[in-house]
Ligand binder design. Structure first.
Ligand code: TYC
Length: 111
């Protein structure tokens, strides 16, 4: 049987046998994350609208609607992104708010 002339069969190949190498598609959809703005009593409304236009590509009306939602409900969604994009948005908003000395908070959460 397996000797110098007949290398051992590793994959189960041979008469009457088969190996199924893959049973599911190799693509996986990435996890998605919501980026949220939190309300506070000090950040000017116009600054929040500007943040939504600048970092989340909202038009003036969309930005106003989201800002007012956050103002009235305490939290609101700016967008949904893959992990690294969401992390970048949060960092950009937090850096921009700090630079302008506003206490605006931006966070991400898994969908
Ligand atoms: N509440 C703030 C004000 O009255 C406005 C505001 C809205 C602040 C949304 C933060 O994420 C925020 N000036």
């Amino acid at each position: 049987m397996a000797g110098p002339d007949t290398p051992p069969r590793k994959g189960g190949e041979g008469p009457g046998t088969a190996v199924i190498t893959r049973t599911k598609p190799q693509t996986k959809r990435p996890s998605l994350y919501r980026v949220l703005l939190l309300n506070d009593d000090y950040t000017p409304m116009e600054f929040v609208v500007h943040v939504l236009e600048r970092f989340f590509n909202k038009n003036r009306d969309q930005a106003n609607t989201i800002m007012l939602h956050v103002h009235h409900h305490g939290v609101g969604e700016c967008g949904v992104f893959t992990y690294e994009v969401a992390e970048t948005k949060v960092t950009q908003v937090m850096d921009f708010a700090r630079k302008h000395q506003h206490p605006l908070q931006c966070v991400m959460e898994k969908k």
